[in-house]
Design a protein around this ligand. Structure first.
Ligand SMILES: Nc1ncnc2c1ncn2[C@@H]1O[C@H](COP(=O)(O)OP(=O)(O)O)[C@@H](O)[C@H]1O
Ligand SMILES: [Mg+2]
Length: 423
């Protein structure tokens, strides 16, 4: 489970930290930075895909012209806060086996380059809590070539440029650190293990920004991973329906979450072999994905994500409540809170729904965070809602949803932080 994300000079954040729980709800006005936080997670996830920096920011195409990765919104030009020269991201996570886990902090600072110069790693480090030396530490001066210095467990590597390049994250290179560097064999294997653990934690990450149009596209049986926009929904659901219990669970949730009396699913194929989800109601009425409502498709995609056999460890859901009737939100939240309570799935979700805040369980409320901009500052901040002075009392006594609607949260942070600056 990821514990903390720190952003420095990244998009509209100059310096901000997000504490992560099993479910972390992000609320905040438009353009307060919620999706910028998603972009930060996307960058970190891109590292785990073994891409070089240009591929992480841009796009990654594989053979046959298939687009495998969409890059980071805004590319390299708009990634640093107000055009500063570098940004840094830091993530805290436990590594190692379950009973001997250690808290690790991985940090990367990147210069996104210019139109004539590729992006480079400026500094990178993996530190295990309580240890004096970093597992590895790499540094690079902004100018000059070939001046990468790398330390393993505190010891300087004599010629790191033989082994490492600055155009791709060092952690990915460490994870593939071979035994070729003979004098370092012992160190290499422990460094490699730790780097692989970080890569693994960052790899099982998915982003869902559901688009009903994408969910309505037919897909081929066997395409069992849901795309970021909900692509492959039909074949993902078909796979779930192969197991009787999963199919029952799926039907039950559809019945509860939508007004449909869904009794069964069918997956008719077109002449190319692609299938399309069709819901069958009790009265025999058939509704294909093409005419199913946006809300129904969203529910199906979320249930498929949470119940599917190929679940990831970490999900970032964009605008969770979008297209969903307020009266069904508590059921969706119930499904999510139940799934994350098993601690195998962690979810960060952005929302505009004040209703969702009101419905949060005690545990999830601890981690709900507000992204906001103070009126006299250019950068955005992140704060846990329960850390806003008086918030606990006010939430307890009043309706959090009403407070959210009236902008109380934003007013409260503006007011208290103004006082801070006067002191
Ligand atoms: N490099 C940057 N420097 C400063 N501000 C930025 C930068 N990139 C994006 N922004 C700000 O971030 C805002 C978008 O934030 P976003 O995360 O998409 O908002 P939302 O909370 O609605 O998801 C933009 O309106 C812009 O003001
Ligand atoms: Mg957004």
């Amino acid at each position: 489970m990821l514990k903390k994300l720190r952003l420095e000079r990244f998009k509209n954040f100059k310096e901000a930290e997000l504490i992560l729980g099993s479910l972390t709800l992000l609320v905040g006005t438009n353009a307060s930075g919620k999706s910028n936080i998603r972009d930060a997670f996307r960058f970190l996830h891109g590292i785990s895909r073994n891409y070089n920096l240009a591929e992480i920011f841009g796009e990654k195409w594989i053979e046959g012209g298939v687009l495998q990765w969409r890059g980071i919104r805004g590319g390299t030009r708009e990634v640093t806060f107000q055009g500063q020269s570098t940004f840094a991201l830091e993530v805290s996570l436990p590594i190692g086996e379950k009973d001997s886990q250690q808290e690790a902090t991985y940090r990367i600072e990147v210069n996104p380059g210019t139109s004539s110069k590729a992006a480079t790693v400026i500094a990178e480090r993996l530190l295990i809590a309580g240890e004096k030396d970093s597992v590895f530490e790499a540094a690079h001066s902004e100018q000059g070539q070939n001046n990468l210095s790398v330390k393993l467990n505190g010891v300087l590597l004599s010629d790191p440029t033989q082994t490492f390049t600055d155009d791709r994250p060092i952690v990915a290179q460490m994870a593939a650190f071979g035994s070729a560097v003979a004098p370092w064999a012992m160190t290499a294997s422990s460094v490699r293990g730790a780097a692989q653990a970080v890569m693994k934690a960052l790899s099982s990450v998915r982003f869902l920004d559901l688009s009903p149009d994408a969910m309505r596209l037919p897909s081929l049986p066997g395409q069992t991973i849901l795309g970021d926009r909900g692509e492959n929904l039909s074949s993902v659901l078909q796979k779930i329906c192969e197991t009787r219990e999963s199919k029952q669970a799926l039907l039950q949730w559809v019945q509860e979450l939508t007004p449909m009396d869904a009794m069964d699913f069918e997956f008719p194929a077109d002449f190319t072999g692609k299938i399309l989800l069709t819901l069958i109601e009790e009265n025999g009425q058939k509704t294909s994905a093409i005419s199913a409502s946006d809300g129904t498709l969203r529910f199906l995609a979320m249930i498929a994500t949470l119940l599917g056999s190929e679940a990831a460890q970490f999900y970032f859901f964009e605008e969770l409540d979008n297209g969903i009737h307020p009266s069904r939100l508590h059921l969706l939240l119930q499904l999510i809170e139940r799934q994350v309570s098993q601690e195998t799935i962690q979810i960060v979700a952005t929302t505009h729904s004040p209703e969702l805040l009101r419905l949060l369980g005690t545990q999830s409320l601890e981690y709900a965070s507000l992204t906001y901009r103070l009126s006299d500052r250019p950068d955005a901040q992140i704060k846990r809602i329960v850390d806003i002075p008086e918030a606990r009392r006010v939430i307890h006594e009043q309706d959090l949803a009403r407070l959210h609607e009236s902008g109380w949260l934003e007013d409260a942070v503006n007011f208290t932080e103004d006082e801070d600056t006067i002191e």
